[in-house]
Ligand binder design. Structure first.
Ligand SMILES: CC(C)(COP(=O)(O)OP(=O)(O)OC[C@H]1O[C@@H](n2cnc3c(N)ncnc32)[C@H](O)[C@@H]1OP(=O)(O)O)[C@@H](O)C(=O)NCCC(=O)NCCS
Length: 297
């Protein structure tokens, strides 16, 4: 039986449904459809699928991205939706897809990242990927509470708010010069479309901040803005109730006062939240950083 390797781009609408249905079945949750419905599947995202008798048996999705590593911006990729149908595993299908993708031009050894679930972490070193240590950052909330500043909540079901967000991402400065990504609106939209996150638009300074509050813990996932400011000055605006601790989905050191940097606690990320692998150069290996949480697929 012939197994065809098919590329699915943003305009191959006929194949989107089967790709999304396949990923949903393997992942056990629906995360792609709301994103596709909001127009998230753009030119940056290509899906690669193995198809037999019109049915998908394995997939890998590839997002084109730009990474910042040690202050330098470089083009690269992130791979996700790595899945083979349960009854067709251990037949080399993932290997065929991955080797095909890694052999595609441009063959300039560009950085390629994969976030792996713990169960699959033994796979990627076989293909030359190196494990990257990532960090999470936590700060006790300051007792002083600056004045409440004006802010507006964005609603991504509205096209105008999505455009605001996409423009803000395009113009945003990097979250960290050490290691991060820039202009990843499609991925940010994917997170916003299936997770309980809130996008808050600050007016002064002009910025969009994505947050999630659970009890007294405020998690600041991302900031899209054109110039740096002290994020802790805005906790009372971003929070929906009293805040005891603030955690960050990125390396926040450039967004904190010296006093706050001294209080910042740092831990290696929990493996259950995903293990980062990197292939190519420059590599983020050895950086005290974190790929922004909302840049992960
Ligand atoms: C992970 C998954 C995609 C592997 O697909 P597959 O088609 O069975 O993989 P292949 O048969 O091409 O295996 C490629 C290589 O990886 C190895 N491998 C496969 N699954 C592995 C695992 N879970 N742990 C360690 N090695 C594994 C194989 O032994 C093979 O090695 P070899 O070529 O040196 O002999 C599949 O098990 C799956 O869909 N799992 C559920 C979803 C998932 O966890 N995806 C990974 C997200 S990061």
């Amino acid at each position: 039986m012939e197994t065809a390797l098919v590329e699915i781009g943003p305009r191959d609408h006929m194949l989107h449904d089967s790709y999304i249905a396949f990923i949903t079945r393997v992942a056990g949750e629906q995360t792609f459809q709301p994103w596709a419905d909001l127009g998230g599947w753009g030119d940056d995202y290509t899906a690669f699928a193995l198809v037999e008798n019109g049915e998908i048996i394995a997939t890998i999705g590839r997002m084109s991205m730009r990474f910042v590593i040690d202050g330098a911006i470089s083009a690269g990729y992130q791979l996700g939706a790595i899945a083979t149908r349960l009854d067709r595993r251990n037949e080399g299908h993932m290997r065929r897809l991955l080797e095909h993708i890694l052999a595609l031009p441009p063959l300039d050894n560009r950085t390629t990242l994969i976030f792996s679930v713990p169960n699959a972490a033994a796979i990627y070193p076989k293909f030359g990927f190196e494990r990257v240590t990532e960090w999470q950052f936590l700060l006790p909330a300051s007792s002083s509470s600056p004045n409440q500043r004006p802010a507006v909540l964005l609603d991504i079901s509205h096209a105008d708010d999505r455009s605001l967000l996409s423009d803000a991402c395009r113009e945003a400065i990097e979250l960290s010069e050490d290691f991060c990504a820039v202009d990843y609106y499609p991925i940010l939209l994917w997170h916003l479309s299936h997770r309980a996150l809130t996008a808050v638009r600050l007016i002064e300074p002009e910025a969009i901040v994505i947050v999630q509050q659970t009890g007294g813990s405020l998690h600041i996932c991302d900031i899209a803005t054109r110039s740096k400011f002290f994020i802790m000055d805005h906790v009372s605006t971003l929070a929906t109730g009293p805040v005891e601790t603030v955690s960050f989905g990125f390396n926040p050191q450039g967004w904190l006062s010296l006093e706050d940097i001294e209080k910042l606690e740092r831990f290696e990320t929990d493996e259950a939240a995903g293990i980062l692998f990197s292939l190519g150069r420059p590599s983020p290996r050895g950086r005290i950083g974190r790929l922004p949480e909302l840049a992960r697929i």
